[in-house]
Design a protein around this ligand. Structure first.
Ligand code: IGP
Length: 263
């Protein structure tokens, strides 16, 4: 069983429990449900955008503890101030140490920065949650979804006014994915099935296979300013980075310094 299989198995149990506790109607009564979302796509396309989507991640199955001390409010407001085009907040608890409260706190403190709910989406119920918790964008991971699921989940996200980031790791995943309701396509340089990582080759190889009407971003394993410059030269307009900032004692400051180096 791959790590991704274990995560999904656990997620199915979590979602079933969550549905018993909180109804969709209750989620729909959240204040955020009526609010307009903020476009990550526009933020990435804006002139002078850093393109960086910085992530708040306490731990991961591949790296163990990364940072259990950094505060969510302080880190995310610092990220926004340092020039993040968007902020990614993990809400998976068991494997990544995140909580729904992290997203709620990030939203409360960052009213004008696009927020991505980073989780393993398998059910439209989670899209209602994302909206109710203040997210602007959801992640769909092609590696763990069937074609029909990508189609229905992305459609539901758009219905609720959320943008969709579709994550792919190989050409087959691009080919099987209905792109109609996808706004951003991210190539994950890390293979979620075995956590193998080998620099950013996946991003380099897959760029041309992603439809050109999508905003293209590169995800994971980026730590050097030259890598961002190299990926920008290919045409990538976004860079999802977590560990490189979170592993430091002051992630926002680390982003601020990094931004200077990619100007
Ligand atoms: O910490 P990194 O290597 O910079 O990676 C960030 C982000 O891309 C990574 O956390 C990620 C990419 N896709 C995911 C899916 C689920 C959980 C996490 C992820």
């Amino acid at each position: 069983m791959t790590i991704l299989d274990q995560i999904i198995e656990n997620k199915q149990i979590e979602v079933a429990r969550a549905k018993e506790k909180v109804s969709v109607e209750e989620l729909q009564s959240s204040v955020y449900f009526k609010k307009e979302t903020i476009s990550l796509k526009s933020a990435l396309l804006a002139q002078n955008s850093t393109g960086i989507i910085s992530e708040y991640k306490r731990k991961s199955p591949s790296k163990g503890d990364i940072n259990v001390g950094a505060g969510i409010a302080e880190t995310t407001t610092g990220y926004a101030k340092a020039g993040a085009a968007g902020i990614s907040v993990l809400t998976d608890t068991v494997f990544f140490g995140g909580f729904k409260e992290d997203l709620l706190i990030a939203r409360e403190h960052n009213p004008s920065t696009p927020l991505l709910r980073k989780d393993f989406m398998i059910d439209e119920y989670q899209i209602y949650e994302a909206k109710a918790w203040g997210a602007d964008v959801i992640l769909l991971i092609a590696a763990n979804l069937e074609t029909e699921e990508i189609e229905s989940l992305s459609k539901k996200a758009h219905e609720l006014g959320l943008e969709v980031l579709l994550e792919v790791h190989n050409k087959e995943e691009i080919d099987k994915s209905p792109m109609q309701n996808v706004d951003i396509v991210g190539v994950n340089n890390r293979n979620l099935k075995n956590f193998a990582e080998n620099n950013v080759n996946a991003s380099i190889e897959l760029f041309d296979f992603i439809p050109n009407d999508k905003v293209k971003i590169s995800e994971s394993c980026i730590s050097h300013p030259d890598t961002v410059k190299q990926l920008r030269a290919i045409g990538y307009q976004g860079f999802l980075m977590g560990e490189n900032f979170m592993k430091t004692s002051n992630p926002a400051k680390a982003l601020e310094e990094f931004v200077e180096l990619i100007k």
